[in-house]
Write a protein that binds this ligand. Structure first.
Ligand code: GDP
Ligand code: IMO
Ligand code: MG
Length: 453
């Protein structure tokens, strides 16, 4: 069977940790979309692993597959594999031949276009994700399979690279370098191809996975990003360029919808909201300059800023690379209703319950006031979403406790008020709670249900 892990908000909900908790029973862990824009943390025996491309299961000796729906930067892939090997692991990673390759010009163009877009910029990770998916849809991409086929590769590059060079130089007025040079790219791609072939990493993903399932293996599908960053279901244009929602798991792995739909689909929820990047956020607390639209620290509400800083500090909500503060907010139920519907969640893992401990009261945005109308789910356009004002329900806070002990004792040991909070969310979404995260470590998770059982 399959278990699919889907982010229900704006990414960084703790998907990597949940994959790790449930991954024991899995034989294969598959990423089905996105690329090295993701950052999935697994904390194992006090060791912290931050993976951006290699599926989280690789830390536990599972086969990790990058599905056809992914965009793969071989540079990052090899770096991560080498890094894990240096730490004594032997990651077994396979890459779909149908997956698209992020090439140096994609990264370059991601940066150039972000600077150009100004107000429309999503604040991307500048990893070349958008430009690579653009080329996929434009039918001018280079696929993993092409890296092993020198003639096809040459033909593809000769067609596409001059266009990219012209775009950078003539539309954006930039000077270009070897990242836009056919000969250089050709050599680089051949090197990538050689290593992929030497290590026998490439697979026909859907066929490979179906064979494993037919042989009785358990497959975990690890989503990256989150529902509100989905290109179709998120807050366009402040989104990524793929489908993190469960539909993406079937398209991006080659397993049929019947297979994925017959399995379990676990929505990962952070107990509050965090956001990297721009765009509206109706339940936001305080703001972050340069990311929160219209934010002015001079006129900001002091108490709210203090609360935001508290949650940010407790949750470590600072960029891992830049150290920039992330935007934070209260849980947004309309966003979660939208996510639960779009992905048919069969269970929920609600994380970061420990982060909210110690607050006098905790709020949940339960609906939106949209020009006087009550909305229970997200409106279809981002401009409409920006006009929504959240209506809050207030819950009594819960104390700071020994969370490791709570995790050991189980769900009943969770403070009463926290359980009220969790059960409210579960009831509203009509989806049972499968797990509760009370700390970053694997053992700091209260497991109520094992989806593979
Ligand atoms: P992902 O992108 O969804 O895999 O999540 P990230 O790894 O980017 O971000 C989640 C962060 O929160 C990581 O540093 C995790 O170790 C940490 N984390 C996950 N679950 C919990 C939890 O329940 N409590 C706390 N305090 N931290 C958590
Ligand atoms: P994980 O898997 C949080 C955000 C970026 C930007 C937008 C588009 O760790 O949850 P992109 O580089 O994808 O074109 O950027 O999406 N973003 C994420 N935010 N977690 C992620 O991944 C993200 N991946 C992309 O900040 O706003
Ligand atoms: Mg992350």
């Amino acid at each position: 069977m399959t278990v699919t892990i889907v982010g229900s908000q704006l990414g960084d909900e703790g998907k990597g940790g949940v994959v790790d908790v449930y991954g024991d029973a899995a034989d294969v862990v598959v990423r089905y979309q996105g690329g090295d824009n993701a950052g999935h943390t697994v904390v194992s025996d006090g060791e912290k692993y931050k993976l951006s491309l290699v599926p989280s299961g690789a830390v536990r000796g599972k086969v990790g597959v990058l599905g056809n729906g992914c965009v793969v930067n071989p540079e990052t892939l090899f770096e991560e594999i080498d890094g894990l090997r240096e730490r004594g692991l032997e990651p077994d990673v396979r890459v779909a031949e149908r997956a698209h390759v992020i090439l140096p010009y994609h990264r370059a163009l991601d940066g150039i276009e972000e600077d150009e877009k100004e107000d429309l910029a999503a604040g991307t990770t500048k990893r070349g994700i958008g430009p690579t998916y653009e080329d996929k849809a434009g039918r001018r991409g280079v696929r993993i399979g092409d890296l092993l086929d020198p003639d096809t590769l040459r033909e593809r590059l000769e067609y596409v690279v001059p266009q990219k060079k012209a775009l950078a130089e003539e539309v954006f007025g930039k000077t270009t370098d070897e990242r836009f040079d056919v000969d250089h790219l050709y050599e680089l791609c051949l090197e990538y191809g050689e290593r992929l072939a030497d290590e026998e990493m490439t697979v026909d993903c859907g066929t490979y996975l179906q064979e494993r399932i037919d042989a009785g293996d358990q497959v975990m599908l690890e989503g990256a990003q989150g529902t509100s960053l989905d290109i179709d279901h998120g807050v366009y244009p402040y989104v990524t360029s793929s489908n993190p929602t469960a539909g993406g798991a079937t398209v991006g792995s080659g397993l049929g919808p019947g297979v994925v739909g017959n399995g379990e689909i676990v929505g990962i929820v952070k107990g509050y909201l965090s956001r990297v990047g721009t765009g509206p956020l109706p339940t936001e607390l305080g703001g972050v300059e340069g990311q929160t639209p219209g934010y002015d620290p001079e006129t900001a509400d002091e108490a709210e800023e203090e609360l935001a800083t508290y949650i940010r500090d407790e949750g470590g909500e600072y960029g891992t690379v830049t150290g920039r503060p992330r935007r934070v907010g209260w849980l947004d139920l309309p966003m979660l209703r939208h996510a639960a519907r779009a992905s048919s969640f069969t269970g929920l893992a609600i994380n970061h319950v420990d982060v909210l401990a110690g607050l006098e009261e905790v709020k949940i945005g339960v609906s939106y006031d949209f020009d006087g109308e009550e909305l229970l789910t997200m409106p279809p356009t981002t401009e409409q979403w920006a006009r929504c004002e959240a209506t809050f329900e207030t819950f009594e806070g819960w104390p700071e406790v020994d969370w490791a002990e709570v995790a050991e004792d189980g769900y009943d040991a969770i403070p009463e008020n926290a359980k009220t909070y969790l059960e409210f969310v579960s009831d509203e979404l009509d989806v049972p709670i499968y797990a509760v995260g009370v700390g970053p470590g694997r053992e700091e998770t209260v497991v109520l249900e094992d989806p593979f059982a």
